[in-house]
Design a binder for this molecule. Structure first.
Ligand code: HSE
Length: 412
């Protein structure tokens, strides 16, 4: 079996490394005749590798290579990845991708095309890096109706928050280390502003609930506004701050999906997931809650997921039909602003006593939080559960409170 790889960056080079490193065992354990790399597409030169002769700058060398039956797409970005992947599928080649942006934007269309051509479009590495999550949802949990899927979906931000929580490190310093380790996206804005996690929750929600959900339909907030003071207040109420992507059905069957920082209980399995690790909780009506934890980013971990897909394509001829979701529908979502939630609020008030009176008259009972060496005019508190947009309007009406942070509380 011959495969080609498009994009020799962190993940693409990892895929080549894993296939070469474990070739004998992969071939033997999966009853393949062989598994060889035919072409590697990249615009850069790699003259000093033992397999430099495999590099090409021409996509057509892969498209027109009849021996290449499986193409790995690890280029990232939407264009030309979309055009290349579509052409490969149209030519009857299976595609395995780590590109969450591509799957979140065009998953329904590419899955449909793969089905028409009786090949596969697989994307295990697009969510959770090395964690098996797509295949377990599609196959092992196929007997369930899903209620909820939620988790820590971005390794870079989890790494940063872990450093802030445990080492009192600044966001900038921690981001630099994450980039040096190859975890962060080319543009770290996608990580720290939550866009990467948003694409991943869209893929999971589309898979669990059956209709394509686009990233721009989902309220997305990153970690850039989180301060070390928030981290400390969270600790003092037995919680930790994590960037959570979640999608769940409300009582009317609509889906509420969002990405935002959340204060989760320090007793939650998600609270103990640190550094570059990701964790995903899937709640099915038969299985109840199951957790998947592992390395959510990094060269070999992500390559492990891609190579698993490659092997699946090599072993199973023809489309694996349960990898599928429907086209986008306009009426399946409900905004997280319209859902009930409890909130953590931090702000400043020069007249604290008056501000607290106003807070209680507007919001009812709240729980005040303390931290050591807090500035005299700082107030932090937890609200009770109510519709988010109503709570936010009430909080904004408190003129004497200069709001610094609003973070939801979540129970997973
Ligand atoms: N930048 C991503 C992360 C890489 O940090 O999780 C894996 O998708």
């Amino acid at each position: 079996m011959k495969i080609s790889v498009m994009g020799y960056g962190t993940v693409g080079s990892g895929v080549v490394e894993v296939i070469m490193m474990n070739n004998e065992q992969i071939v033997k354990n999966n009853c393949l005749d062989s598994l060889e790399i035919s072409h590697i597409l990249d615009l850069r030169d790699f003259p000093n590798l033992p397999f430099s002769d495999k590099f090409t700058k021409e996509f057509n060398d892969i498209l027109n290579d009849d021996e290449t039956k499986i193409v790995v797409e690890t280029m990232g970005g939407l264009h030309p990845a979309y055009e290349f992947v579509k052409s490969c599928l149209q030519a009857g080649k299976s595609v395995c991708t780590s590109n969450k942006e591509l799957v979140a934007a065009y998953g329904d269309e590419l899955l449909k095309l793969a089905k028409e051509k009786d090949v596969n479009f697989l994307f295990e590495a697009s969510v959770g890096g090395g964690i098996p999550i797509i295949r377990p949802i599609v196959k092992c949990l196929a007997g369930n109706k899903f209620n909820k899927v939620a988790g820590i979906l971005n390794g870079t931000t989890n790494f940063i928050l872990s450093k802030m929580i445990r080492d009192n490190m600044s966001l900038e310093e921690a981001l630099k280390i994450a980039q040096e380790n190859g975890y962060a996206e080319k543009d770290p804005t996608n990580d720290i502003e939550g866009h990467d996690a948003c694409r991943k929750i869209c893929i999971l929600a589309s898979l669990c609930f059956g209709d394509h959900i686009y990233p721009d339909e989902i309220k997305t907030e990153g970690i850039t506004k989180i301060s070390l003071s928030d981290v400390e207040y969270a600790k003092n109420c037995n919680r930790v701050i994590k960037l959570i992507g979640s999608a769940e059905k409300d009582e009317n069957g609509k889906i509420c999906a969002q990405v935002s920082p959340a204060l989760i209980s320090d007793a939650s399995p998600l609270s103990a997931v640190n550094d570059v690790f990701n964790a995903i909780m899937v709640d099915g009506n038969a299985v109840d809650e199951v957790y998947f934890i592992g390395k959510g980013a990094g060269k070999l971990a992500t390559a492990s997921a891609v190579v698993g897909d490659v092997i699946d394509c090599a072993v199973n001829k023809g489309t694996i039909k349960n990898y599928f979701w429907n086209e986008h529908k306009s009426d399946v979502l409900v905004s997280s602003d319209d859902m009930p939630t409890a909130l953590y609020i931090r702000g400043f008030a020069s007249d604290k006593e008056n501000a607290e009176k106003k807070i209680e008259s507007v919001l009812g009972k709240v729980t005040y939080l303390k931290r050591e060496n807090a500035p005299k005019d700082e107030i932090a508190f937890l609200t009770s559960c109510d519709i988010r947009k109503i709570q936010e309007e009430k909080i904004k009406s408190i003129d004497s409170l200069d709001i610094q942070s609003v973070i939801r509380l979540a129970d997973y």
